[in-house]
Write a protein that binds this ligand. Structure first.
Ligand code: FES
Length: 140
């Protein structure tokens, strides 16, 4: 498959396809005219990269998940199930973290105090307060 066909089928720009190839995520061979040709397995990898990026998965994690396929072995259904389950758990964790950030940020809207004593964003859960008043650990 040509890079143009890969781009059209995957919805990923040609420059991004070349980037993923430089990053070692997909491979091409050269035809007699020295044009790149990609396999259907590369198209599947691009689909997984796109799905991962839409879910906000960092490229390093996508690469790690795709490791079995980087040797050239096509990814099967079972591997996609394994990858998507791992990403699901990661997404759930990040959603919970973002919900906590959103809830803390609620008190900051239109505040602008930037206070390390009052602001949940600058001093989440006021951990130092559990050690007593003042600045524990600083001898103050
Ligand atoms: S900026 Fe004032 S509470 Fe966060």
């Amino acid at each position: 498959m040509s890079v143009g066909a890969m781009s059209k089928r995957s919805g990923i720009s040609i420059s991004a396809i070349h980037f993923y190839e430089r990053e070692g995520l997909i491979r091409s061979t050269r035809n007699a005219a020295n044009h790149r040709r990609y396999s259907r397995a590369s198209l599947r990898i691009l689909a997984i990269i796109k799905a991962g990026q839409q879910a906000g998965i960092p490229l390093a994690e996508i690469r790690s998940a795709l490791k079995p396929a980087l040797s050239g072995r096509p990814l099967g259904r079972e591997e996609w199930v394994r990858i998507s389950e791992a990403w699901h758990d990661d997404l759930e964790r990040r959603i919970r973290m973002l919900e906590r950030v959103r809830d803390r940020l609620g008190g900051c809207i239109r505040c602008g105090c930037l206070s390390h004593e009052l602001c949940e964003m600058f001093n989440p859960e006021d951990r130092a307060a559990r050690q007593g008043p003042g600045a524990p650990g600083l001898g103050v």
